[in-house]
Design a protein around this ligand. Structure first.
Ligand code: BEZ
Length: 210
């Protein structure tokens, strides 16, 4: 069965563009993103990897570590990395798994056989410091993902973890948030001493905590 939100994500060891890595060691106690893309030397993937590398400071600000996966050999990664730097203006700065035997892709359900037997779909797994899955998504090969949206999800997840607030439709960083239903009005009084706006007893709005 596919990994579900709340599940502990599986550990693995793999050869990557930054050496042999045990996944649990790499993500230990941190927020993490593991993402796949269909294949090396493909156009959409080239843009995605370049853009993800450009977000290095944004990930660092949030304490997030990133790892990519491609079902290709390490030597291909080295050659393709040069193309990414040349065409996207940024060099790879996170490990890219050389999953030529599809071991990790299979473990994480990144191969959807009715789409392709050999290539992965565009999967993203956002993992919490407790090593449980917080969010996942799958896009088809032909649609590049929006990595700014993934940052937005991480902001939301981190606000929930730190302040017990949820984020409403189309929320953007800095906008008002919602006190989660599990927080009673009693608890909310101590957590949000500035008060809140209750549109309904279950819809309590507060400014985004810092
Ligand atoms: C791409 O990255 O451009 C791509 C990869 C596989 C199928 C279609 C597009």
């Amino acid at each position: 069965m596919a990994l579900q939100i709340g599940d502990k994500v599986p550990d693995f060891e793999a050869d990557t563009s930054e050496g042999h890595i045990r996944f649990y060691d790499y993500i230990d106690g941190k927020w993490a993103i593991l993402f796949s893309h269909p294949k090396n030397f493909t156009p959409v993937c080239t843009t995605e990897l370049g853009y993800t590398a450009k977000l290095k400071d944004e990930f660092a600000k949030r304490g997030v570590v990133v790892m990519g996966l491609s079902v290709d050999q390490l030597t291909d990664h080295e050659t393709w990395a040069k193309d990414i730097e040349e065409t996207q203006g940024t060099a790879l700065n996170f490990p890219l798994i050389a999953d030529h035997d599809r071991k990790v892709a299979t473990l994480y359900g990144m191969i959807h056989p009715n789409a392709s037997d050999t290539m992965t779909v565009r999967s993203v797994f956002v993992i919490g410091p407790d090593k449980t899955l917080k969010m996942s998504l799958n896009y088809p090969a032909s649609t590049g993902r929006n990595f700014d949206e993934i940052l937005r999800v991480i902001d939301s997840l981190q606000l929930t973890a730190a302040h017990k607030v949820a984020t409403p439709v189309n929320w953007k960083h800095g906008e008002d948030v919602i006190i989660v239903p599990a927080v009673s009005d009693e608890e909310a009084k101590t957590k949000f001493p500035g008060g809140w706006k209750a549109l309904k007893p279950y819809l309590r709005i507060v400014p985004q905590p810092k």
